[in-house]
Design a protein around this ligand. Structure first.
Ligand code: NAI
Length: 330
C-alpha cells in the first residue's frame, strides 16, 4: 500500500525501510509535520503515517478525506493530537502502536530520576572542567522513600516495578486499579494521599481533558516540600508556569522532563544555531535542579523496531480488509 510518512527523520526512514522488507508497502517520506498547511502533500495517498507532534484536527482530517485518505497510522502510543470524532465522521480509520516497549520509557524515567537525585548532570559538567568539588552534589538514598505513580498502565507498571527493586514504597493513582501492580506491592490510593506522601512523583497518564494541567499550582501546593517530579507522559499534563513558580519558591525539589507543553516548536530539530523564542522553556533551563530530554523516552533499538513493525502490520491489516487490532475509535 502507498503510505505518506510525515515528520520523518533518518531513524524513521531506517527502521521503517528495514522492516518494510517483510511487507512491501510503498513508503514516501516527508520531513515536514502534517498540519493544515502541509496536508496537501498527502493528496492521493490512501494511508498516512504520523508521529506525536503532527496536528491532526478536523480541518486536516477533512482535507485528508477529500484527498482520498482512508487510514491514519500513528507510529506512537499517545493520540491526544488526533480528533477521533472528526476522523470517524470523515470515514478515516485511525490505528496506533499501543505497546511497543514500555520498558524503554520506564527506563528513561528512572534515568531522569537517578540523574536528578545524585546530580549526575552537574557532576559530569564539573569533572570536564577539572572541578572535583562535591559542594551541592549531596543526594539521598531511594531505598525506603515513597514514589507516587500517576497512571499505572503499561509504562507506569514497569516504572513501579523498577522502583520497587530500589526498595521504594510505591503509591499509585489511576481510575482503574492495575492488579499486576498490586501483585508486587503497589498501593492504589487517592491523589491527596499520593501528593502528601510521595518523595518522587512520576506521571504516566495520557493527556486528555481530565489530565490537562493536572499538575497545576494547587496540586503542587499539596505536595511534600522538596518533592521530585518526573514527566515522561505528555507536556500539557503539567502547567509549566506553575512548575516554574514552585521551583523558584524551592517547594519543588527537582524536575525531570522528557516532554514539554510547547515541544512541537522545538523537539526533534537541531536549533543550536537559532535564537529560541520560547521564554518559558529557556527559564526552565536555568535551574540547576531541572533536567530535560527532548522526547526520547521511546528512542531505543527495540522500541523503534516494534513501532515500525506494528505500524506496517496495521497498514497491512487495513489493505487486506482484516479487523484492525489497534484501531482507535472516537
Ligand atoms: P496506558 O494506556 O497503558 O496507561 C495509561 C494509564 O493512565 C491507564 O492505566 C489509565 O487508566 C490511566 N489514566 C487515565 N486517566 C487518568 C487520570 N486522570 N489519572 C491517572 N491515571 C489515568 O498508556 P502507556 O503505554 O502506559 O503510556 C502512558 C503515556 O505515556 C501515553 O499516553 C503517552 O502520552 C506517554 N508516552 C510517552 C513516550 C515518550 O517517549 N516519552 C512514549 C510512549 C508513551
Amino acid at each position: 500500500m502507498k503510505l505518506a510518512v510525515f515528520s520523518t527523520r533518518s531513524w524513521d526512514r531506517d527502521f521503517l525501510s528495514r522492516e518494510n522488507a517483510a511487507f512491501g508497502h510503498e513508503l514516501v517520506f516527508f520531513e515536514t509535520r502534517l498540519s493544515a498547511e502541509t496536508c496537501c502533500l498527502a493528496h492521493g495517498y490512501a494511508a498516512v503515517c504520523v508521529f506525536v507532534n503532527d496536528e491532526i484536527d478536523r480541518e486536516v482530517l477533512q482535507a485528508l478525506s477529500n484527498g482520498g485518505t482512508r487510514l491514519l497510522a500513528l507510529r506512537c502510543a499517545g493520540f491526544n493530537n488526533v480528533d477521533l470524532h472528526a476522523a470517524a465522521e470523515t470515514g478515516i480509520h485511525v490505528v496506533r502502536v499501543p505497546a511497543y516497549s514500555p520498558y524503554s520509557v520506564a527506563e528513561h524515567t528512572v534515568g531522569l530520576l537517578l540523574t536528578l537525585n545524585r546530580k549526575i548532570h552537574r557532576a559530569w559538567q564539573r569533572i570536564r572542567e577539572g572541578n572535583f568539588s562535591l559542594d551541592g552534589l549531596l543526594g539521598t538514598e531511594l531505598r525506603g522513600k515513597t514514589a507516587g505513580i500517576i497512571g499505572v498502565g503499561r509504562i507506569g507498571l514497569e516504572t513501579a516495578r523498577i522502583l520497587t527493586g530500589f526498595g521504594m514504597r510505591i503509591l499509585a493513582f489511576d481510575p482503574k486499579v492495575n492488579p499486576a501492580a498490586e501483585a508486587f506491592g503497589v498501593s492504589f490510593t487517592d491523589l491527596e494521599t499520593l501528593y502528601r506522601e510521595a518523595d518522587v512523583i512520576s506521571l504516566h497518564c495520557p493527556l486528555n481533558p481530565q489530565t490537562h494541567h493536572l499538575i497545576d499550582a494547587a496540586a503542587l501546593a499539596r505536595m511534600k516540600p522538596g518533592v521530585m517530579l518526573i514527566n515522561t507522559s505528555r507536556g500539557a499534563v503539567i502547567d509549566t508556569r506553575a512548575v516554574i513558580g514552585a521551583l523558584k519558591q524551592r517547594t519543588l525539589g527537582a524536575l525531570g522532563l522528557d516532554v514539554y507543553e510547547q515541544e512541537g516548536d522545538l523537539f526533534f530539530e537541531d536549533l543550536s544555531n537559532e535564537i529560541i523564542q520560547d521564554d518559558v522553556f529557556e527559564r526552565l533551563l536555568t535551574f540547576p535542579n531541572v533536567v530535560i530530554t527532548g522526547h526520547q523516552g521511546f528512542f531505543t533499538e527495540e522500541a523503534m523496531q516494534n513501532i515500525a513493525r506494528t505500524t506496517l502490520e496495521n497498514v497491512r491489516q487495513f489493505e487486506a480488509g482484516e479487523p484492525l487490532e489497534n484501531e482507535l475509535r472516537g
